[in-house]
Ligand binder design. Sequence first.
Ligand code: SAM
Length: 218
Amino acid sequence: MKDNMPQVARFWNDIAGDFDKIYTGNKSGIGRALDKWLRKDIYQRFDWVMQKSGDVRGKQICDIGCGSGRFVTEFAKNGAAHVTGVDVAPAMLKLAKNLVTQDGVQGVCDFVETDVLNWKTDQKFDTTIAIGFWDYITEPPERLRNIRSITTGQFLSAWPRFWTWRMPVRKVRLQYIQGCPVYFFRKPQVIKMIQDAGFRVESCEVVGKLFCVDARPI
Ligand SMILES: C[S@@+](CC[C@H](N)C(=O)[O-])C[C@H]1O[C@@H](n2cnc3c(N)ncnc32)[C@H](O)[C@@H]1O
């Protein structure tokens, strides 16, 4: 299978600042309105993760594909013992480091620049999340197994659903125009891949155009 990671890393590196503006709303009124309408599930999945992860005080947390660090800083501010963000795009990690510093939680956060596929670590995490991540992964099973090997308590993930009206729009815009491959998944496929990696699926909910899955190691 072709490794698309160089294109994915380049794409996210180039648009890191623009991506974070979806969270800050630092754009025109029309841009904000479009985000609220077209990207509503970006906000919904954030709320879903914060609700499902429960009381994070004292926990070790890992965010795979942490992007600009919005989840990392929220977990840290909510009292996590330590939060590790992993991402392939240096510009995203720079934003994430600035954000946790600005929020005064840099002491409990660290960041690793790598594809999770190549991450060699002995660390274990109570909670691992991979949100807005599987959209860009050709072959999830190997990365899921790596995530399983570092996760002791809970794994929260979001998967873009196959055949919503957004799917052809994103395929054309992201893959054919902007050069970043993007993938979509069916529910049975998502559940099977997560189970095959060694997790028990607690719930798989439709959140906007996503499947949001709460899983526990077996
Ligand atoms: C849409 S952004 C989501 C960022 C963050 N999770 C959020 O929801 O705000 C996807 C991020 O995943 C990162 N990424 C994609 N594939 C990756 C991989 N194999 N390993 C680590 N990071 C990856 C990209 O660089 C990008 O920052």
